[in-house]
Write a protein that binds this ligand. Sequence first.
Ligand code: HBI
Length: 96
Amino acid sequence: MLRVLTEQERAEALARLPGWTYEPTRDAITKSFRFTDFVEAWGFMSRVAILAEKADHHPEWFNVYNRVDVLLTTHDCTGLSARDVALAQAMEAVAG
Ligand code: HBI
């Protein structure tokens, strides 16, 4: 059952997600990634896009040159869910 995380669950998740920040106005987590150049940033987005599509869970993101700003929240339950945490962990693995 898709549900928003409790404060405790959220704190535990963020403790294991270096560089991610809680955005209370959206009940979301955010991170700004920096890459060597645009091609590296785009490669990151391409790989994450495939994972997101497989998971049927998609980021809200903005890219300019080597920067990718990411916001993760779950529209189906209007808040932060385990799917967001899983996608953040996948992004960390891709970013290396
Ligand atoms: N991505 N972030 C996010 N949140 C959702 O609720 C969501 C999604 N991707 C696809 C999806 N939901 C499908 O379940 C449809 O509801 C669009």
